[in-house]
Design a protein around this ligand. Structure first.
Ligand SMILES: [Zn+2]
Ligand SMILES: [Zn+2]
Ligand SMILES: [Zn+2]
Length: 182
């Protein structure tokens, strides 16, 4: 009988044991299996968000400890099954942790550090307000409308980015634009 090795459980199974997902057997794609894996993971890694302490399992998700913001978003959008089973097979708290969706996304948009662990909200708002004030450049009468438009577009793009950038990064942008900051 022709068999195929399941990418998930590693067991050779007859071809009819595979469904729509052609390299993972139906037992491994079943809801029951996924749920069990998820609860095993939560049980093993402490059952609460490692950042804010959220304990409702409906909010909890697997987080890759070492990933920074960018690669983090990728793992969130792709299938987390391989990571989940890996985390359960080998207990590796140095690689995997539980975070709630909020802290997980917070980490992703804040370059790897959840805002809970960064500046306080007030400190953040103060910094951004201070920096955004410096983004308003004075109009030079010799600037042509075309140049003014380009400048305006640049400002708008920067302002759109403000909420997703850390104050240090904003500072760096300002430094690189020395000419028009004051
Ligand atoms: Zn399988
Ligand atoms: Zn949390
Ligand atoms: Zn957090």
């Amino acid at each position: 009988m022709e068999t195929m090795i399941c990418r998930q459980c590693g067991i050779p199974k007859p071809l009819n044991a595979f469904g729509v997902s052609r390299n993972i057997c139906t037992a491994c794609t079943s809801l029951k299996y996924r749920l069990r894996l998820r609860f095993q993971f939560l049980e093993m890694y402490g059952k609460i968000c490692n950042c804010c302490g959220q304990s409702d399992p409906r909010f909890l998700t697997l987080d890759h400890v070492n990933n920074d913001g960018a690669s983090h978003r990728e793992t969130l959008s792709s299938d987390t099954m391989p990571a989940l089973s890996e985390a359960v097979k080998k207990h590796r708290p140095d690689l995997y942790q539980i975070l709630c969706y909020n802290c997980n996304m917070g980490r992703a948009v804040n370059k790897g550090l959840c805002p809970h662990k960064d500046l306080s909200l007030q400190e953040y708002l103060d910094k951004v307000t201070e920096i955004s004030k410096r983004l308003n450049t004075k109009r030079d009468p010799s600037v042509t409308p075309v140049q003014a438009k380009a400048e305006y577009d640049k400002e708008r793009k920067l302002k759109k980015l403000l909420s997703f950038m850390k104050p240090e990064e904003l500072e760096a942008v300002l430094v690189s634009r020395k000419g028009d900051t004051r």
